[in-house]
Design a protein around this ligand. Structure first.
Ligand code: F0G
Length: 464
């Protein structure tokens, strides 16, 4: 399909090791059935995340040599700052080692004990930092987001009624900001419309509440707006991107996604007071404000990536590659979150494994089974990722119990996508044999990263 042909060619290659099923059975056992704990040498196609796993361009690689590694006053910082100003339209920016560094700083500055932070669905690290700062996250995403089969084009939207209720209930003085993610990762990479962003802005202005966006995948969001929202068809992604951000007081950013690099992030704002406070905390937790935990060369790569990410041909291919995988799975009858989102295809483990209860960790088990089948590494995004309720100690039971096949940017070819589609379809044929899992080790915070599991009963799925 012409639409899917890559708008780049390969200049440097990284060999992949082919493994046997017996080796993979051994590897997943050693990893405690947690795909996070696999060694990458044992993985054939790595769809764990699109975070920091991207292929940089020749422009980015050559920019690395320009890295000015001065502790203070680095030219690389000023090039990075200029890119953020130009593309995001934010006057003040501090670099951070990655997105959660920015979330930490922002949360510590703006959130006070007992505050409420409404947002369009939680993200793991974002909510953790809000809670560490004494806040409470309140989900105000539209209800369609929780339904894997609802075809609404903007399932990332904020439910305005719920947002107003959250602000009124807490009292606007106890709402430091509304957190709006573009796109919404945990909902399956679903976008927010410009119309919704404008309405959220009006509502927040009415109550004097700030908006901080999580701009991690905001380019994908802008592409969906161009594709789906009346009035934006003829605009460039760059223009739409800039308009999206115009409704925010500031943003946190994981450059490891949109900006097509391997490490980096930032906190940008229009508010000078917040910027001053951020610089003070930055020196404690990240580094001097002219590098914030990054090398000068990292900031150079981000600066170039910020320009490349808003190229229309690039982002169109990115989104269509992801969608192409989703469409192949749908043809095979595999249940996935629809519409297909921006950064990955999300398998709906509830419908894939209807014989398993959520307490039997269906998405975790499906991710482990997929690895054994073909060496494809995916990530659980369900009950394990969701953690336990801080008060009751019970597992959260998110409506979405998903396995995420996340596509790194500019890394895999269509043939790799074929392998993934075939393996998932194969597993779908054998789905009745996939057993549940139980925890054998469970850390307190962000448990999905390091927890270990065992199958509830022996199954050929996990045998050689
Ligand atoms: N916000 C969103 C929406 C994210 O997806 C992530 C990271 C972060 C913030 C934190 O950024 O990793 O640079 O500290 N998501 C990765 C993922 C880990 O795989 O989805 P970070």
């Amino acid at each position: 399909m012409a639409g899917l042909a890559e708008p780049y060619k390969i200049k440097s290659v990284e060999p992949l090791r082919m493994t046997t099923r017996a080796e993979r059975v051994q590897a997943i056992r050693q990893a405690g059935y947690n795909t996070f704990l696999l060694r990458s040498k044992d993985v054939y196609i790595d769809l764990l995340t699109d975070s920091g796993t991207n292929a940089m361009s020749q422009g980015q690689w050559s920019a690395l040599m320009l890295g000015d590694e001065a502790y203070s006053g680095s030219e690389s910082f000023f090039r990075f700052e200029a890119a953020v100003r130009e593309v995001y339209g934010m006057p003040f920016v501090v670099p951070t080692h990655q997105g959660r560094g920015a979330e930490h700083i922002l949360s510590q500055i703006l959130i006070h004990q007992g505050d409420v932070v409404p947002g369009n669905m939680y993200f793991t690290t974002t909510r953790e930092h809000q809670e560490l700062a004494g806040g409470r996250f309140v989900d105000v995403i539209v209800k369609e987001a929780h339904d894997a089969q609802n075809l609404d084009p903007f399932k990332g939207n904020v439910d305005l009624g719920e947002l107003e209720r959250a602000i009124v209930e807490a009292g606007p003085e106890h709402v430091p900001y509304v957190s709006v993610a573009l796109t919404v990762n945990m909902a399956g990479g679903q976008p927010v419309s410009l119309e919704n962003l404008r309405a959220v802005r009006r509502l927040c202005d009415k109550y004097g509440v700030k908006i901080y966006m999580d701009a991690t995948r905001a380019v994908e969001n802008a592409y969906f707006v161009k594709e789906r929202e009346a009035g934006s068809e003829g605009r460039t992604v760059r223009e739409i991107f800039r308009e999206q951000l115009s409704y925010a007081d500031g943003c946190t950013m994981s450059a490891k996604k949109d900006a097509i690099v391997n490490i980096g992030g930032f906190l940008a704002t229009r508010d000078e007071e917040t910027f001053e406070a951020a610089k003070e905390l930055l020196v404690v937790f990240e580094g001097f404000p002219h590098y914030g935990g990054l090398a000068g060369r990292d900031m150079e790569a981000v600066a170039v990536g910020i320009q490349e990410m808003v190229d229309d041909d690039y982002i169109r291919h990115r989104v269509l590659q992801v969608r192409g995988l989703g469409e192949r799975l749908l043809e095979a009858g595999v249940p996935i979150v629809q519409p297909v989102g921006g950064h990955g295809v999300f398998l709906d483990a509830r419908r894939f494994l209807p014989h398993l209860d959520q307490e039997e960790l269906p998405a975790q088990s499906l991710a482990a089974a997929l690895y054994v089948d073909a060496g494809v590494r995916a990530m659980e995004r369900g009950v394990v990722s969701s953690g336990r309720d801080a008060k009751t100690g019970e597992n959260h039971h998110p409506a979405l119990e998903l396995v995420r096949l996340t596509i790194p940017r500019r890394v895999y070819t269509e043939s790799h996508m074929d392998v993934v589609a075939e393996s998932v379809s194969h597993l779908f044929q054998r789905r009745a044999e996939i057993p549940g899992l139980k925890f054998v080790f469970e850390p307190k915070r962000l448990r999905f990263f390091t927890a270990r599991f065992e199958p509830l009963h022996p199954s050929p799925i996990f045998e050689a």
